[in-house]
Design a protein around this ligand. Structure first.
Ligand SMILES: [Zn+2]
Length: 466
């Protein structure tokens, strides 16, 4: 790297012009703090970036500060620790609890991937190595330090951080970072104002520089009436004695789906069918949400905070393989909520293989479906899908209800408008078009200079001029 400017700088090591691998290095004097520590996922050239030598010595980083537990923001922590980072990883209690679920699982997947590459002999390295192991991930958890919302912490010499609500998943925060006389605000991933369990993102207030995500920077969400769509499909399927299969991301989406079903049962709009949550990770995440509410986490909405979660539902969790398999013999009507959300793997595949050929059943897609995934094929009306090496005819009813946990363009702009007169907006965590479009809108509508840092670009924090 070139000689650094004298004031604080931000270097965009990941999540720059892409939605994955979020990592921003804040440097001031000799102090280094890494804001988010995400792993790259998706396209091969991105995944390969996980293997590059870290641009600075990991041992020279004083602290890592996380916005939330999704692996594109946290999944590189075990690798950084393995490479010599020994400092604290500051995160909210909810993020620490969810990281304790998702990071070991991620390590396990890396190990499986390496084992698969070795069996197939397609790795460049012999033998293929995992990016990190489950044991690495478990070890790295000892470096996590929980903090509360609204708490201020000195995370390194001259750098104070406060965590505020981002409303995206449990534990998700925006970061207000004071360095010298400058305040930098990092959005993290921002939720939608309408998240049914979590309060919306807090307003920004004082900020000199805002770093904002732009996943949906050029798009508006179509507001589907999830309640109406679910009512229709659950009633139709129940009448025919069928099974409703809901592939759902284990963290947050499962809770949002259960919340909708709970409301419908309480209102008498759908029958109180047995509901099976068939995903060990979803079960553990459910516990984190339940415990978060019991602990009195300030993230929950009134009405959710003051009573048990999903009180009207008849939920059975089936964490063991035997319990999961026993569902195959069960006759409908009932509902299965199972991962993965795009039907790319996990137990939901067994249920789809078992039930998708029967027209009495229904599949309800509730999240974003990446191009090329089975979920995407189903959404586009495929009449056959491939699973476990065989083709399955699709006779079940397929319904798509996209429940996004990301703010869209207008919600991002509304949040940015709550900043008091910032000098600069830096747009990250979005594909190039989405980021550029949001930066243009920030400039035109809010009158604030905005830029989209390139991968690896170092940006000097502008000095105080007023
Ligand atoms: Zn996220």
């Amino acid at each position: 790297m070139a000689t650094p400017p004298s004031g604080p700088t931000l270097t965009f090591l990941g999540g720059a012009r892409t939605v994955t691998g979020s990592k921003t290095l804040l440097e001031t004097g000799d102090t280094r703090v890494l804001i988010d520590c995400g792993v790259f996922q998706g396209r091969k050239e991105l995944r390969l970036a996980n293997w590059a030598e870290f641009p600075v010595d990991p041992a020279s980083i004083d602290a890592v500060v996380l916005t939330h537990a999704h692996v594109d923001h946290s999944g590189y922590v075990p690798r950084l620790c393995r490479a010599g980072f020994r400092g604290p990883v500051y995160a909210t209690g909810g993020t620490c609890d969810l990281a304790a679920i998702v990071l070991p699982d991620s390590g396990h997947l890396h190990e499986e991937e390496a084992a698969f590459a070795n069996r197939k002999g397609y790795s460049k390295h012999h033998p293929a190595q995992p990016l990190y192991t489950e044991a690495d991930a478990v070890r790295s958890l000892a470096q996590f330090v929980p903090v509360g919302f609204g708490e201020r912490r000195t995370v390194a010499a001259g750098i104070d951080v406060e965590w505020t609500r981002a409303g995206h998943i449990l534990g998700a925060a925006s970061l207000h970072v004071d360095v010298g006389d400058r305040r930098l605000v990092f959005s993290g991933d921002l939720g939608r104002a309408g998240h049914p369990l979590l309060l919306p993102p807090d307003p920004i207030g004082a900020a000199d520089v805002v770093v904002v995500e732009s996943t949906y920077g050029d798009r508006a969400h179509l507001d589907v009436d999830a309640a109406a769509a679910l009512t229709l499909v659950v009633n139709d399927t129940a009448r025919q004695g069928g099974v409703v299969i809901i592939p759902a991301f284990a963290v947050d989406r499962t809770e949002v789906v259960l919340w909708h079903l709970d409301q419908l049962v309480e209102r008498g709009d759908i029958p109180n069918l047995p509901i099976f949550v068939d995903s060990p990770m979803a079960s553990r995440a459910l516990d984190v949400y339940r415990n978060g509410r019991l602990r009195g986490s300030p993230e929950f909405r009134p009405g959710v905070a003051d009573r048990p979660l999903f009180p009207s539902l008849d939920i059975t969790e089936t964490p063991t393989t035997e319990a999961s398999k026993s569902l195959n013999a069960r006759h409908g009507p009932f509902v299965i909520v199972s991962a993965s959300g795009m039907a790319t793997g996990g137990r939901v595949l067994h249920h789809l293989a078992d039930r998708i050929g029967d027209s009495r059943n229904a599949v309800v897609l509730v999240g974003f479906q990446a191009p090329g995934t089975r979920g995407d094929q189903l959404r586009h009306g495929a009449d056959r899908i491939k699973m476990f090496g065989s083709e399955y005819r699709v006779a079940a009813d397929v319904v798509s209800i996209e429940l996004s946990s990301h703010a869209d363009r207008s919600e991002l702009l509304a949040w940015l408008a709550t900043a008091d007169d910032p000098d600069l907006v830096l747009v990250n965590h979005g594909e190039p078009d989405a980021a550029a479009s949001l930066a243009d809108a920030v400039h035109e509508r809010l009158g604030v200079p905005a830029m989209v840092p390139a991968p690896g670009e170092r940006v000097a924090v502008p000095p105080r001029t007023r």
